[in-house]
Design a protein around this ligand. Structure first.
Ligand code: AMP
Length: 395
């Protein structure tokens, strides 16, 4: 059985907590601290119980190399502000210095380790690496829901090195809410997908073919689907290696009677940081233009589908919402979700960028649940038992 945080006596212990501080950054500054705030109840509890706390997280995809732009230093600054106390920081998560700092922390102190993914061994779930990480604490707590669908050294390999281990309050809350709300889900179920990365979301679509009635696809990933259907997408974001898989998804969806709905029109610009040049239909995006937000016809079509649904899951922004010129699609979808929630629909929003978008538009309190996990929430909702939970249950 998986233990929760309340069951541990933490006095005079060093608690090593895997948190999810994978937050959006702009030129090295944290632009949305939602995930940091979400970890505070667990951190505060450990400190109040008289423990010293060591925190570890990943940030972005540095692919095993040191990338100063993905350092957790600025996250540490935000955390120190939120905790209203100084914290210690180590610039390598497994160096001897970092280990000595952890061994030397007093009760009530916090030590943050540098980005786990600066080491390739993190994502390959390397045994030796997880052993080195385990030296930072006497008790291991996993509170990183955002990575619970991954089997990495800091959330899966590491559990074998601890007798005392369990989940934090955030993991518990996310699991309970997502499982309970979805076990009682009512059809029609609509899944809204967007954002730039298509690879992980494609496998998600497969998992939802026996659960969803409709899948609305916006954001950059829509162009790979449009290309798979033979449309001209100009200079828009396309993952050429995924065109075949997108084609297969469209065919499988047909067989399962799942309605995949693609955008009808887009707001386009010449460059990703350019100014909007107009609205173009999905048939005639000029060769020198890229679609950066869904257009008005698409918004209205997506809204009609949302209106007819009882359960709606949203992962991935509809456009480059960070730029006000391309934020309308995401804003309108967020507003619509708020509206249908009030009328009784269950609405679940997940993923770092989507959570950031809904907070930016101030609808975060008007939907049923904003999850800190994107892939993790969708995998859990699709019926998977996530590796991070499985590791703690089996060990
Ligand atoms: P993801 O992490 O895959 O959910 O992608 C989120 C990112 O997708 C955000 O930073 C958006 O700016 C970006 N995005 C959304 N729509 C587009 C688009 N049409 N073209 C390029 N990037 C996009």
């Amino acid at each position: 059985m998986i233990k929760n945080l309340n069951t541990f006596d933490l006095k005079n212990k060093r608690v090593l907590i895997r948190v999810d501080f994978n937050v959006p950054l702009d030129r090295g500054r944290v632009t949305d601290d939602f995930r940091i705030r979400a970890a505070l109840p667990t951190i505060d509890h450990c400190l109040n119980q008289g423990a010293g706390v060591v925190l570890m997280s990943h940030l972005g995809r540095p692919k095993g190399k040191i990338d100063k732009n993905l350092s957790l230093i600025s996250v540490g600054e935000s955390l120190a502000d939120l905790l209203e106390m100084p914290i210690k920081f180590s610039d390598d998560c497994v160096s001897e210095d970092a280990r000595d700092t952890s061994l030397g922390i007093s009760n009530g102190e916090v030590h943050l380790l540098e980005n786990l993914r600066f080491h390739e061994e993190e994502t390959s779930n390397n045994l030796h690496f997880s052993m080195l990480l385990s030296k930072h604490g006497d008790v291991f707590i996993n509170d990183a829901f955002g990575t619970a669908h991954r089997a990495h050294a800091s959330n899966v390999g590491i559990v074998n090195h601890f007798k005392q281990k369990g989940i934090g309050f955030l993991m518990e809350k996310e699991y309970r809410f997502l499982k309970e709300s979805f076990d009682r889900h009512k059809h029609p179920v609509t899944l809204i997908l967007g954002g730039a990365k298509i690879d992980t979301k494609l496998s998600m679509i497969h998992r939802f073919l026996n659960k969803a009635d409709t899948i609305l696809i916006g954001g950059g990933m829509a162009f790979t689907f449009l290309k798979a259907k033979g449309k001209e997408v100009g200079n828009s974001l396309v993952d050429d290696e995924m065109i075949n898989s997108a084609h297969n998804v469209i065919q499988s969806a047909k067989q399962c009677n799942v309605n995949i709905v693609l955008p009808l029109d887009f707001i386009c610009a010449k460059k990703i940081d350019g100014k909007p040049e107009g609205v173009f239909s999905n048939r005639d995006i000029p060769l020198n233009m890229m679609g950066l937000d869904i257009g008005p016809k698409t918004i209205s079509n997506f809204k009609q589908h949302i209106d007819q649904s009882n359960t709606i899951l949203w992962n991935g922004p509809m456009g480059v919402f960070e730029n006000e010129d391309f934020a309308t699609g995401s804003k309108e979808i967020a507003a619509k979700l708020a509206e249908v929630t009030e009328k009784g629909a269950t609405t679940i929003v997940g993923g770092g960028d989507t959570a950031a978008a809904i907070r930016k538009f101030r609808f975060q309190n008007d939907v049923s649940h904003v999850s800190t996990g994107g892939g993790a929430s969708l995998e859990l909702l699709s019926g998977e038992f996530l590796p991070a939970f499985k590791a703690l249950e089996l060990s």
